[in-house]
Design a protein around this ligand. Structure first.
Ligand code: SF4
Length: 314
């Protein structure tokens, strides 16, 4: 069966069974094409709550995203096409580590990136996204009347937030990083900007500081997408410093503009563990519990608090 035929079957099964498919921008383009909603992690979880009326939701993203969707939508069945799709950056931080950092730094709140497990969120004070981290840290430091916060698991986002907010971030842990974004180095940017001198450089805050400092825009995936969408018609070339899936999305949505990847092979292999065959199987076996992500109630009740606090502060 060709990819096109599989996509058609999926669309028909999806309609027949009343299932909503959510896909992250880093998903393979053939999955993005059959999704009802596309977006970044928190956006998709909120979409599941506000716009998806179906009982079953297929979430093509990594583990922590499906967990967040489950926390925000306890009455819905959240299904992940490949349960082995996990985020190595989220795995840098455990709930025990958060408790240890809090013990050693009494009085300091723990700010955790939404790219973290539900058990980590349950021990934290507030969540943040790459788009609102600066605002969240500013507000929480004001509330606690402090000039330092605990921040994890991404040390590069922590550093970016510290640079802009001037509030010290104690990294939980010191070396937490995303292997996709942190592999881009200054030399890569030198090579690509020499090749495409007219292109504007857009990078993710999970990139290292040396790379961020060369960018025209440091932003989340949605931030980069909107920047291109709203860009002046005489700006036609962009260098994209994030996972290749976003570049594929931009290329389809803005055919008159040109996009170049900041370096070759910016691929999140964990995100790419889903495929059309798995989605078709799920649609034919909605009650196969192997694929359902359900955060235990005791953890969900605690993990939702830092998410709600973030939404209140945003
Ligand atoms: S791109 Fe990085 S942060 Fe996102 S899922 Fe992959 S490893 Fe995790």
């Amino acid at each position: 069966m060709t990819a096109k035929q599989l996509q058609e079957e999926i669309l028909s099964l999806k309609k027949k069974n009343d299932v909503t498919i959510l896909a992250h921008y880093y998903q393979p383009i053939e999955i993005q094409e059959i999704a009802d909603f596309l977006g970044d992690s928190l956006e998709l979880s909120s979409t599941a709550k506000e716009k998806a009326n179906s009982e079953y939701i297929i979430f093509a993203g990594v583990d922590f995203m499906a967990e967040t969707a489950s926390i925000l939508n306890p009455d819905k069945h959240i299904l992940i096409p490949n349960p082995e799709s996990c985020c190595p950056m989220a795995a840098f931080l455990t709930p025990e580590m958060v408790l240890e950092f809090k013990k050693k730094n009494r009085g300091l709140p723990a700010v955790v990136y939404v790219n973290s497990t539900a058990t980590v969120k349950a021990e934290s004070d507030i969540c943040c996204t790459s788009a609102n981290a600066v605002k969240i840290v500013e507000k929480i430091s004001h509330e606690f009347d402090i000039d330092s916060v605990l921040f994890g698991p991404d040390a590069n986002l922590a550093d970016y937030t510290e640079q802009l907010s001037k509030i010290h971030t104690i990294k939980m842990p010191e070396n937490g990083h995303c292997y996709v974004h942190s592999q881009i180095i200054k030399e890569d940017i030198k090579i690509i900007t020499e090749k495409y001198p007219k292109a504007e450089l857009l990078v993710h805050p999970e990139c290292i500081r040396e790379v961020r400092e060369l960018a025209k825009l440091v932003g989340s995936t949605t931030g980069m997408y909107n920047y291109v969408k709203e860009s002046n018609s005489n700006i036609n070339e962009f260098i994209i410093g994030t996972e290749v899936g976003l570049l594929e999305r931009l290329t389809q949505d803005f055919p008159t503009k040109r996009f170049y990847l900041a370096k070759e092979k910016l691929i999140c292999h964990n995100m790419k563990k889903h495929n059309l065959d798995l989605i078709k199987y799920l649609l034919e076996n909605l009650d196969d519990k192997t694929f359902e992500v359900k955060v235990p109630l005791k953890i969900a009740e605690r993990a939702i608090k830092p998410i709600e606090k973030m939404l209140e502060f945003s």
